[in-house]
Ligand binder design. Sequence first.
Ligand SMILES: Cc1cc2nc3c(=O)[nH]c(=O)nc-3n(C[C@H](O)[C@H](O)[C@H](O)COP(=O)(O)OP(=O)(O)OC[C@H]3O[C@@H](n4cnc5c(N)ncnc54)[C@H](O)[C@@H]3O)c2cc1C
Ligand SMILES: C[S@@+](CC[C@H](N)C(=O)[O-])C[C@H]1O[C@@H](n2cnc3c(N)ncnc32)[C@H](O)[C@@H]1O
Length: 630
Amino acid sequence: MHNAFLGVEPANIEWRPAKIREGSTESPPLVPYSKQFNDIYFDSRDGKAETDYVFLDGNKLPERFAALTEGSFTIVETGFGTGLNLLRTCELWRNTQKGSKAVLNFISIEQYPISPDDLQKMYLALGVESEFTEELLAQYPPAMPGVYTIELPCRIMLRLILCPIDKALKEFAAGSEFKVDAWYLDGFAPSKNPQMWSKGLLHFMALHAVNNGERQTTFATFTAASMVRKQLRHYGFEVAKQKGFGFKREMLVGSFQEKTISSPHPTLADSYFNRETPKQAKVAIIGAGLAGCATAHSLHQRGIEAHLFESGDCLASGASKMPALLATPNISLDHNAFSQLTFLGLSHLERFIYRQQKTGNQLSFSKRCLQLGSEKYSEYQLEQYVGTYHQRYWSPDLLQWSKTRIESQEHKGLLMPGILVNGSQFCEALVASIPKQQIHLNHDVKSLEELNEFDHIVLATGHGNLLHKLADDEPSLSPLRGQLTELQQSPKQRLGLEYPINYDGHLFEYENKLIVGATFDMSLDQAINLQDRVKNIEQANERFGLQLKQKDCTDWVGIRATTYDRFPYCGPLKDRTDVSPVIWTNYGMGTRGLCLSILCGEIIASAINNEVISLPKYLLQRISPQRTQK
Ligand SMILES: Cc1cc2nc3c(=O)[nH]c(=O)nc-3n(C[C@H](O)[C@H](O)[C@H](O)COP(=O)(O)OP(=O)(O)OC[C@H]3O[C@@H](n4cnc5c(N)ncnc54)[C@H](O)[C@@H]3O)c2cc1C
Ligand SMILES: C[S@@+](CC[C@H](N)C(=O)[O-])C[C@H]1O[C@@H](n2cnc3c(N)ncnc32)[C@H](O)[C@@H]1O
């Protein structure tokens, strides 16, 4: 089997006694040591001072940060390691940026992430615990390849790319307008780890370097290896040697002068970038379900005026109205592209839920779910997934074989991440901070010409596209009708489920409700069907030995919009960079609207705002609506 996780593995750390002064009687502190690379992560005597000297001062950051009052500053680091460089940069940023509006983008690439437990130990040992370490650890991703966006205090945005560096740079999703202000070249010694100092990196550095009087790209590195020096010069950087830190004799610093560099061949992913977006862009979003509300949320967060148009009389009047929606990742033995997309989707959703929770809004009724053997996953397969995924999750109980009791029966299954929300409440939370006059309910958009005043239009119309296509080149969707049944329960009737249960259906319990179903039919019929209620209840009774009755039930019907390959259609409809408004689609979420909506909203908002996109290019190509037209 190919390496499904692209070579991303948890770091193999050993805690070793630090070197101390000869003759010292102190007992040496333990410091982290990389067994993969046979090297230390930082100077064991004073890691903080080393970082400050080599990377912060080497890039003249104290002066450059102090001079910045608005806009943004972008740092790229090769090798996230312990995050010490990030943390020292955050401290400097906080101390120099009081009263400023500027944003710090910190992008760091890492193939071997260190476990949060080890990181916590290191932060304690280094004396760097702070609001930044707290947030970093709370949002730290599993050891799976991907681009993870982590919001830190003081307007700092960390993009942690878990991927081997060669692939990370090739798949980096940003246009040629993306420019780096400072580089931290920190990937262990070139002699021990030549991949981190390849020509691909130098080419990328030159491609995204700038020298225009106002901005100039700089770099700093602990090494003075002649191969690195020569390559940097060849790719247009002026290089100077300076005294190294501590016992190290020399290190390198420098800045970009000039170099003409060829761009890689454009792919479908490039249609997301380099649009002319006016400063005061206005965006219309049609459809206020999960997809539309998440897009509006992401745009609004960026200060972009987003207007939602919804034909129904409330938010979530389509498939998103379900009282219980569960988000789980798609697991596969080869961790295929769809699995990768859903794991990344889930991590975006988890961070949104986390931020809401911090403001006192408890949106999710669960963090875990139990996947039982079903038609889709046999018990044998589920046991195999434990081997595939378990060691990548830092929490020992996750993606682990587990048991639960429902009434008198015991059930075995795979314990997975699982977020359970109420669809309407979730949509309300997404748009809570958007001014009311930008939310247009009871507004059925009949033609895109109605929205000519907007610079961008996002079609988040769910299965609406099947009834009436608003743009000629919209891709086709298929309907998958579903009915859920909700039973009111008295305290005595409660099953006391430990987790939401997934099998060939769902069994969810929260507050005083038990949810069973759902059905699947290729139909557009939105009427409630009593036979489907019977089906839902009987399915749960048979599987779990329950005696649920058709009393005090409410049914919910919706039409899922599905695509031919399960991937949503999320991106620009055409390469019409010169045409306004630009039309985007954000639909085709199928059975995974909750898992994918926050990620998809972020993708469209960051593309409209000309930012780096939190998805590798090969996955952007898989979700592009243009994939069916080429
Ligand atoms: C029974 C059932 C159970 C489900 N369970 C889960 C689950 O557990 N987990 C999960 O992740 N997903 C689940 N899903 C799928 C999930 O509901 C969808 O993936 C998700 O809601 C899709 O969101 P959306 O915003 O794309 O579409 P919708 O919620 O359908 O929103 C589209 C909106 O666009 C509006 N609209 C359309 N055309 C126009 C127009 N011309 N002008 C103005 N407004 C327009 C519609 O009124 C609608 O409100 C379930 C679906 C069903 C039916
Ligand atoms: C010296 S450490 C970086 C220290 C880090 N900057 C810090 O603040 O702690 C180098 C890092 O590069 C990572 N690394 C090594 N080879 C890599 C590769 N090919 N791709 C991505 N990361 C790699 C290692 O796992 C290690 O964490």
